[in-house]
Design a protein around this ligand. Sequence first.
Ligand code: ATP
Ligand code: MG
Length: 405
Amino acid sequence: MQPPGADVVVVRHGEIGTKSNHVGTKMERQLRENLASMLADRGVDGEVEQRRLRLLVHTDDPEGATAAAADTFGVVSASPASRVEPTLDAIAEGLREAAREHYDGGTFAVSARRAGEESAHPFASTDIEREGGSAVWEAAEAAGIEPEVDLDDPDTEFFVDCRAEEAFLFLEKRSGPGGLPLGTQDPMIALMSGGIDSPVAAWEVMKRGVPVIPLYVALGDYGGVDNRARAVSTTETLAGYAPDRDVRLRIAPGGDAVADIADAVEVGRMLVLRRFMFMVAEAVAEARGAVGIVTGESIGQKSSQTSANLAVTSAAVDLPVHRPLVTVDKTDITHRADDIGTFHESTIPAGCDRLAPEYPETRARLADIEEREPDDLRERARAVAAAVEPVAESAAVDPEEGETA
Ligand code: ATP
Ligand code: MG
């Protein structure tokens, strides 16, 4: 919802404000660049201007720019806004116009902030709220609407942000993801299975500024072609949040190694398989300068994810394994996937349970697993990592061909 004459979007960030000057300035610059590429990616014309503790997007498409900002990591909220002279009269007139267009009954409130030097304005924010409130009231009555004020939970809220040079009027604060601008941290490998969890986990670290290198370990005969297709398409959705980065899914051809593991290991097979995946991820990380591995694991979600087994799988690698969803329930993960836009694709049915033995291990001991796993596991993982290739952009997977491994 935007006031008449809206030609800017006010974009607010959060945690950057808590940083030292040096770090904060760098992060703000990154945010500005990321927002500009998000606008460009969506074909929204807009000029991003850096202001103190916020950005302004000058645009003739405030709705498009607001939507783009709301998908940009580091953005706390965005408001399509109009600008008027920072005087009580001009603000009241602006609110009157906004009320004519957007207030059609129910309760309303005017919430004002006044920033800048004490001496910049001869009035207080409460004056704006009082005068502005009367203006909305009168406009409503003139239109035959019976106005009602509710300061706590209004149906329609008119915001005024009065600065030294100008006042911004807006009707909504659309929430962004929050977090930090993408690219302000070193990269990590995101293990993508194409299921519901892994894209959400990757998104969570991206939200904290971490660029991800998405990696799918192809399971050969054990992985349905749909598995890979899901991983490709959920990764494409993630890429939409990082338009100027290479977020193509990397495919590690693990089929032969996985088949050998399945033949050689019965008890603890899933754990050995997970350890193998981590080893592949670690080798890819080494080659790409990535500093961690991200998975969608959550305590107790599967037998390989009991607290004991998470310890056994983590021990396969020196790199830290980050599990942003470790305490998140499946229903909540599902909601997040829905919000992010990866839920639908991750529910394409895929038969991936053939690998699991009938009685999976829930409390493995590291020493036992190490003894059971093939001696050359790490070597094989390195070889598989060396053969990793990015999937072609928007590669459609041919169901007839099956998964290449
Ligand atoms: P998801 O966890 O993505 O919803 P899932 O629950 O079917 O899928 P799990 O078996 O729980 O997958 O795997 C746990 C985690 O291991 C995944 O979140 C993902 O990070 C990683 N993973 C699983 N399979 C693969 C694979 N074939 N390639 C890369 N990573 C994988
Ligand atoms: Mg899972």
